[in-house]
Design a protein around this ligand. Structure first.
Ligand SMILES: O=C(O)c1ccc[n+]([C@@H]2O[C@H](COP(=O)([O-])O)[C@@H](O)[C@H]2O)c1
Ligand SMILES: Cc1cc2nc[nH]c2cc1C
Length: 363
């Protein structure tokens, strides 16, 4: 996107959503300098492929010739979904709170992958349907789960805004504590239903095209899930051109918090790695609210959830990994994170042709 288009979009979003942080365009000059510098390093030009594009993006985001991403933080937002009552998940709702306890006790996949990165995991309750507070989690609960979108709007505007602000606050804490990279994850039984409904509304596609197995439902259950979503879409009539309305009518509190987290990370010029399906729907929503955001996001992986491909295409995003994972929690983003570190190390540690006295390309 040319800088003028991007800054116009940024100020448009500020006018529409004055409570969002101001996000300027990424640093095109820093990106250009890194693009040129990469060709002075001891490798055939372009031979490190998409790692080179990633290094350029890290320079564009941070404005630095030597971007640093050595101190990542993981934030997992947890919330429940009223639509779970429709039998759309393979697991019962209480698993959300139980997994929050597992995150706190360091036993989940994201804890294991975060440890490999030396990153702390902040588990933020923005809407779990359980007694509060959840020991060891950050209590930022807006309400105890959304309403069932089949019969009511998932949440009022004030709740969505509060959840987005909880996401921003979590990033603020991480950045103040020294984080220079963010891995954002989700936990919420039935949140693939909410994400699928949002995506179908935003893209104007049938639910059957975006629905998948989630935590592991079979094809009959998937047909039921798609039918529930179609009825919810008909009942809610969300305006596809109003991403905040789509979030309120069909979304979730952790989805709102993730959207806020991406926006806050971009405002701090800190790269945020987007995880799987739910995370990408949150990113799409945030990018529709503040188009300048998109250049600040790194897409970690392509999940096995079929709607993820459509969400990525809508963002023109190319994920780094494709491991057939469908876990959430930020697990795919955490596994991709070492690629950001490799891209940054390439810029800071590789010798140039002249330093290493290696001959350049033959004329
Ligand atoms: O991130 C993904 O791509 C993803 C795909 C399928 C399932 N999940 C996780 O599984 C939960 C939602 O699945 P479900 O079947 O309850 O809608 C929620 O906690 C998500 O983090 C996550
Ligand atoms: C066990 C379990 C772990 C999860 N992590 C993210 N979503 C999940 C859903 C379930 C069911």
């Amino acid at each position: 996107m040319p800088p003028s288009a991007s800054s116009a979009a940024a100020s448009d979003s500020l006018a529409a959503y004055p409570w969002l942080p101001d996000i300027g365009p990424v640093d095109a000059a820093a990106a250009e300098r890194t693009r040129a510098y990469l060709d002075t390093l001891t490798k055939p030009p372009g031979s490190l492929g998409r790692l080179e594009a990633l290094a350029i993006q890290l320079s564009a985001i941070t404005g630095s010739a030597r971007p640093r991403v050595d101190s990542p933080a993981v934030v997992v937002f947890a919330a429940d979904h009223g639509v779970a009552a429709e039998g759309v998940s393979a697991f019962p709702q209480e698993v959300t709170a139980q997994m929050v306890a597992n995150f706190v006790q360091q036993g989940a996949a994201i804890n294991v992958f975060a440890r490999q990165l030396g990153a702390r995991v902040d588990v933020v309750d923005v809407g779990v349907a359980s007694p509060r507070p959840l020991p060891g989690a950050t209590d930022a609960r807006v309400r105890s789960g959304t309403a069932n979108m089949l019969h009511h709007d998932a949440m009022p505007l004030d709740d969505a805004r509060q959840a987005m602000q909880a996401g921003m606050a979590a990033v603020e804490r991480a950045v103040q504590a020294g984080a220079n990279g963010l891995i954002v994850g989700d936990m919420g039984i039935a949140n693939t239903t909410a994400s699928s409904a949002m995506l179908a509304a935003l893209l104007g596609v049938p639910a059957a095209q975006v629905v998948g197995a989630g935590t592991g439902i079979d094809s009959t259950q998937q047909a039921h899930k798609a039918a529930v979503i179609e009825r919810a879409l008909a009942n809610r009539q969300a305006n596809p051109d109003d991403p905040l309305e789509v979030l309120c009518k069909l979304g979730g509190l952790e989805i709102a918090a993730m959207a806020g987290a991406y926006l806050a990370a971009a405002a701090h010029r800190v790269p945020a790695v987007v995880d799987g399906f739910i995370a990408t729907v949150a990113a799409l929503t945030a990018c529709r609210m503040a188009p300048a955001l998109c250049d600040y996001l790194v897409f970690g992986h392509r999940s096995a959830e079929p709607g993820h491909v459509l969400a990525l295409e809508a963002l023109a995003a190319q994920p780094l990994l494709a491991l057939e994972m469908r876990l959430g929690e930020g697990s795919g983003a955490a596994l991709a994170y070492p690629l950001l570190q490799a891209a940054a190390a390439m810029l800071s540690d590789m010798a140039t042709f002249s330093q290493a006295r290696v001959s350049g390309k033959a004329p």
